[in-house]
Design a protein around this ligand. Structure first.
Ligand SMILES: N[C@@H](CCC(=O)N[C@@H](CS)C(=O)NCC(=O)O)C(=O)O
Length: 230
């Protein structure tokens, strides 16, 4: 019985950084499943599992392949129903989709200009060229220009973008309530992406959002904290 999670790294295989892969790592840990994480650089993804997916995470559960972090969480929920739930029902799945949308369109979009050069700098040479070309096409300008024109403003605006989380934390310690669910891991993945690649988050240490992030870093024997900040 082997569960393999293909994830993403730069030159250091011990420092996986993809936000989507962190969601899958936390989901597998939440289910209490034994798994092996195998991080690869960007340019090796297309060859994984005979070209199964152009993106990671990819889960190989004893030969059954699943890609996409949310699809992996749904698969784990269906396949291992006797283990702790990642969603606590259909409402939890539906609300996790909202958290996915908020995290990707608001938080990750804001973090990208702040951390894009840090990501570039931790990649092996062959990945640097691929990352620059693909991200410059996506962002519409050279990486250096993205940083020069947007990074400082995004840093200043970032704390405000977590106000929905702070509101929730007045009532409960996790998005899942008294304990975390997949929705927490979605948001966690974005902040962990910034922490691992750039070394810090544009948030103050006494921010309740940082306290929630610290609690998530400590889950599962500190799986998240174990990967040091850049
Ligand atoms: N919707 C997918 C997105 C996965 C994704 O975009 N993964 C990135 C790493 S963070 C990737 O594999 N990118 C490959 C590339 O840019 O070539 C998920 O949630 O898993």
């Amino acid at each position: 019985m082997t569960i393999i999670l293909h994830s993403l790294c730069g030159t250091d295989t011990k420092r996986p950084f993809s936000p989507h892969c962190w969601k899958a790592v936390m989901a597998l840990s939440h289910k209490g499943l034994d798994f092996v994480e195998r991080p690869v650089p960007f340019t090796e993804i297309p060859a994984l599992e005979n070209g199964f997916s152009r993106t990671v995470p990819i889960l190989n559960d004893n030969g059954h392949l699943v890609s996409d972090s949310f699809a992996i969480a749904l698969y784990l929920e269906d396949t291992y129903p006797d283990r702790p739930s990642l969603f606590k029902g259909e409402g939890g799945k539906a609300m996790a989709r909202f958290v996915e949308g908020y995290t990707q369109t608001v938080l990750q979009a804001a973090l990208m200009p702040i951390i894009v050069m840090s990501i570039h700098d931790i990649l092996p040479e062959k990945d640097k060229a691929y990352f620059r070309e693909s991200r410059e096409a996506r962002l519409g300008r050279p990486l250096e220009e993205v940083v020069a024109t947007r990074a400082e403003a995004e840093k200043a605006a970032f704390p405000g973008k977590l106000e929905p989380l702070r509101h929730m934390l007045k009532f409960q310690p996790y998005l899942g309530g008294d304990s975390p669910l997949f929705a927490d891991y979605i948001l966690f993945g974005a902040l962990q992406w910034a922490r691992v690649t750039s070394g810090s988050l544009p948030l103050s240490a006494d921010d309740p959002a940082m306290e929630w992030f610290g609690r998530c870093l400590d889950l599962f024997e500190g799986r998240g904290r174990h990967v040091t900040a850049a």
